[in-house]
Design a protein around this ligand. Structure first.
Ligand code: PMP
Ligand code: GLU
Length: 397
């Protein structure tokens, strides 16, 4: 019988994209839904970046690029890593891909063997678990709840390590929690990992610039783990360029070479036009990044205040990214007429269908007690959305 592969059958669809899709479907039916599900900046790509892309078209950047990206873009990324992060790389250590999403997946496919364990501090971005499965790896979630601001401790990390541990995926600032690991916290994790030289560290830093604590801290700064850390980043969030699809890794040479080989067989280099746009993003003024961060911070304060007015939600103050991740456990098990809310995915669906606010249930992030709201949207939309959520939750008995 014709059927999809076992690999595909075991894969869950992306819950973030699925909730966004459902929200669009309801909107198409004329329902006024506020979409706080998918995480992407609501700003337009800055003009100087768009101009660079138009120039690239006119200058005939229309041919295949080198598989890891143009040297000029990789050099711009090397310079960015040096100037912003004080990290030394060469262009041969950079591989550009179709978004940070492909970059993470490349690294896992290039390094994980069937049965290898990958430690995933949870709550975690939905796609990590599925990418680990695609690579044949075994997810080892290490949970941190809201009482520890969703950040794992060094002791928790150490307890999760086994002889089969091959990698850990860190994400700071974090999707879905907005938590930011401090320099000291990263140093403590690095001190544990120092004792396990066979563990690779994937450090997803896509929210680097949406950080309200000041300086961004990368675990790659610690010499003890530097030669087995892969930094993952891209232009989607910092420069409001989600649709351009341009992400990258900065990695030990052998991992960059492996990703280059892999990518050369299944996608080639990313879009030539997006690459020229990304180069302009890194080479141009960074004022746009600062301006967007100011807006995100104002919205963070707004949504946290409003969410805290809702009875029985536990809300912490996220220090980065553009998500809040309240604990909504008090509402699980309640009913709306004959409709029972069995888990946070049910709650998100209820809020969408009855409250007309799209969110994402925490289950998909490995946190069944929580729910994610993206606040990358206009202030008045945030106000209206939180008012609707408050009303919808108060109707649950
Ligand atoms: N990592 C995290 C934590 C994310 O939230 C996202 C957003 N989808 C990505 C990676 C991928 O970003 P992109 O593929 O748009 O560069
Ligand atoms: N990172 C975003 C989110 O979590 C984009 C959607 C996705 O790729 O998961 O909503």
């Amino acid at each position: 019988m014709l059927n999809v592969s076992e690999r595909l059958a075991a894969l869950s669809p992306s819950e973030t994209l699925a909730m966004s899709q459902k929200s669009s479907e309801l909107k198409a039916q004329g329902i006024d839904v506020i979409n706080l599900s998918v995480g992407e900046p609501d700003f337009n790509t800055p003009d100087h970046i768009k101009e660079a892309a138009k120039r690239a078209i006119d200058e005939n950047y229309s041919f295949y690029s080198p598989v890891p990206g143009y040297l000029s873009l990789r050099q711009a990324i090397v310079d960015k890593l040096k100037n912003e992060n004080s990290l030394d790389y060469t262009p041969a250590q950079i591989v550009c891909s179709n978004g940070a999403k492909q970059a993470v997946c490349n690294v896992l496919l290039a390094t994980i063997n069937p049965g290898d364990e990958v430690i995933v501090p949870t709550p975690a971005w939905v796609s990590y678990f599925e990418m680990v499965k695609l690579a044949g790896g075994v997810n080892v979630p290490v949970n941190a709840d809201i009482r520890q601001n969703f950040k794992i401790s060094a002791a928790q990390l150490e307890a999760a390590i086994t002889p089969r541990t091959r990698a850990i995926i860190l994400c700071s600032p974090s999707n879905p929690t907005g938590s930011v690991y401090s320099c000291a916290e990263l140093e403590a994790l690095a001190a544990v990992l120092e004792r396990y030289p066979d563990i690779l560290i994937l450090s997803d830093e896509i929210y680097e610039h949406i950080n309200y604590t000041g300086l961004h801290e990368s675990i790659a700064q610690f010499d003890a783990v530097r030669n087995r850390t892969v930094v993952i980043n891209g232009v989607s969030k910092a420069y409001a360029m989600t649709g351009w699809r341009l992400g990258w890794i900065a990695a030990p040479q052998w991992i960059a070479a492996a990703c280059n080989k892999l990518q050369g067989q299944y996608t080639s280099g990313p879009s030539s036009i997006a690459q020229k746009a990304a180069e302009a993003a890194y080479r141009g003024s960074q004022q746009c990044v600062a301006d967007m961060r100011v807006a995100f911070r104002r919205r963070r304060d707004l949504i946290v205040d409003l969410a805290r007015e809702i009875p029985n939600l536990k809300v912490n103050v996220p220090e980065g990214a553009f998500y809040i991740f309240p604990d909504c456990n008090a509402y699980i098990g309640r009913n709306f007429g004959s409709r029972k809310i069995n888990n946070s995915a049910d709650l998100a669906m209820y809020l969408l269908e009855e409250g007309h606010v799209a969110s994402v249930g925490g289950l998909a992030f490995g946190a069944p007690d929580c729910i994610r709201f993206s606040y990358a949207t206009a202030d008045d939309q945030i106000k209206e959305a939180m008012s609707r959520v408050k009303n919808a939750l108060s109707a649950l008995k």
